[in-house]
Design a protein. Structure first.
Length: 295
């Protein structure tokens, strides 16, 4: 009467034929919560320009007035709230920092001034303003210098971290958002500036306050982005509607306002027509199979 499986303590579950796209959907849902590509992070963002309509440059941001002052909140406008540079500006042979194209070079300075005094190496701090995305590259010069830093803080992040677009032993490219920060003090000589601090997409990737970078660093501004305006695109519509309605109603009714009633209806009491209110009542009565017309 009962099969063996009827008393089996292990329930027999029906075989379910899941659709072949089930795992694809799972993967897509995961990507919704963890955007690891540049394209995904920049959905609904577009390239930004400065007040003159040109692409941003590091030198322009610092010298055109956006960030004329150093320190926190030293930038009046633009993609940064802080752009502080520390050290003596000069060329590659003498300066602690200098401009090069769209880059700023921070020197690992080990020389002395004519007075015999040591001079500090370069340092900087960059804070990103809310409402902007900023793509920066950070590049070092020598794998031998600053081995402790390179083996510790620099090795603590890679392209599995959100916003890290590229990474190798001496360079990285990151996409930063509002509230993110980069701090560099080549030889830990500037009070208040962390040796190396990097926050990307809201996550602190590196925080080094003891090991020295002890190497030249080049920071390059690659791109700046702002949110795409609602409605999408950057085009501007210029068409103007000029059509004018000229049609004239010519029906039997003379009223033009709905509140005046339908002018085409026959007035009650006019029996010459077959209007609803004035037609004679015609009854059809079936009596014993005969049809009688009553009028």
């Amino acid at each position: 009467m009962f099969g063996i499986d009827s008393f089996n303590s292990t329930p027999i579950l029906p075989i379910m034929n899941l659709p072949s796209h089930s795992f694809t959907l799972h993967t897509e849902n995961r990507k919704t919560f963890l955007a690891t590509t540049k394209e995904a992070l920049l959905t609904d963002w577009q390239p930004a320009t400065n007040a003159d309509g040109y692409a941003y440059s590091l030198m322009g941001i610092k010298t055109d007035g956006d960030c004329a002052d150093g320190g926190p909140d030293g930038c009046a406008t633009g993609p940064f709230t802080q752009f502080t540079i520390r050290g003596k500006e000069g060329d590659a042979s003498q300066g602690k920092w200098f401009w090069s194209g769209n880059s700023i070079n921070l020197n690992d300075w080990d020389g002395r001034e004519p007075s015999g005094d040591n001079e500090n190496s370069g340092a900087l701090e960059i804070d990103i303003r809310d409402g902007y995305m900023v793509e920066l590259s950070i590049t070092m010069a020598n794998a031998v210098h600053g081995k402790d830093f390179k083996g510790d803080a620099w090795s603590s992040f890679d392209t599995t971290n959100e916003g890290v677009l590229a990474k190798d032993a001496l360079s990285t490219t990151v996409l930063m958002k509002g509230g993110d920060k980069l701090s560099i003090d080549i030889d830990s000589q500037w009070s208040g500036t962390t040796n190396f601090y990097l926050k990307v997409q809201g996550q602190v990737l590196a925080y080094e306050s003891s090991d020295l970078i002890n190497d030249d660093m080049v920071i390059t501004l690659l791109n700046v982005y702002v949110p795409t305006p609602l409605g999408g695109g950057t085009g501007t519509g210029t068409g103007t509607g000029t059509g004018t309605g000229t049609g004239t109603g010519t029906g039997d009714g003379t009223g033009t306002n709905d509140s005046a009633g339908g002018a085409g209806e026959a007035p009650i009491g006019n029996e010459s027509g077959m209007g609803i209110g004035t037609m004679a009542i015609i009854g059809v009565v079936l009596i014993g199979g005969a049809v009688v017309l009553l009028k």
